[in-house]
Write a protein that binds this ligand. Structure first.
Ligand code: FMN
Length: 172
């Protein structure tokens, strides 16, 4: 599969990087980062990287054939823009491509509490087939550390988009 992870300006940007790292190399994977990320350090670490301003990058076109876009974490700003069809950077443009091409779009919103506006936006997107999957802990997996709890989020996100993993303890 061709998979892109987009990292917006919500809290928990490392979750997007960890999800990228957890995707096996058998998949073609890309990272879209917001302007505050450390581009040089990420390039040096070998990430297939695009910046938000690179609106001409391949995922911005339906013809590129991206199968999955996961926005992890997804800010309320980016969520709102996607919900009304604004495509002003590489993440929002790629999200609009996923919607028009009927491809898999997963958003991991990170905000608490949620306003009625955010809930309305999420409801609208869910009815369009977008997967709204916030990082919410499940205690049945008995996480013993923050890392284990994060592995549960990432394992669930990968499950949803069809990538096998053993990142968390499943309910038996
Ligand atoms: C320290 C810090 C933490 C933030 N955490 C969140 C957050 O968890 N969720 C959120 O929706 N916005 C959060 N924001 C606000 C976003 O960064 C802001 O709305 C920004 O415009 C989002 O831009 P983007 O959607 O283009 O990434 C945070 C901002 C700062 C400075």
């Amino acid at each position: 599969m061709k998979i892109a992870i987009a990292i917006s300006g919500a809290s928990g940007t490392h979750l997007g990087l960890k999800t990228y790292d957890a995707i096996p190399p058998s998949h073609e994977k890309y990272l879209i980062i917001n302007k505050n990320a450390d581009t040089v350090a990420l390039k040096e670490r070998g990430y297939a990287l695009f910046a938000q301003e690179e609106i001409w990058a391949p995922p911005a076109s339906g013809s590129f054939g991206l199968d999955v876009l996961m926005v992890i974490p997804c800010s309320m700003n980016t969520l709102a823009k996607i919900a009304v069809g604004i495509a002003d950077n590489l993440t929002t443009r790629t999200a609009s491509v996923m919607l028009k091409e009927r491809k898999t779009l997963l958003l991991a919103p990170r905000e608490m509490p949620l306003s009625a506006i955010a809930l309305e936006n999420m409801h609208k997107l869910a009815t369009l087939g977008v997967i709204i999957a916030p990082p919410i802990a499940a205690y049945y997996s008995e996480p013993e550390s923050i890392e284990a709890m994060e592995d549960f989020f990432i394992g669930k996100w990968l499950d949803i988009v069809g990538i096998e993993n053993t990142l968390y303890k499943r309910w038996q």
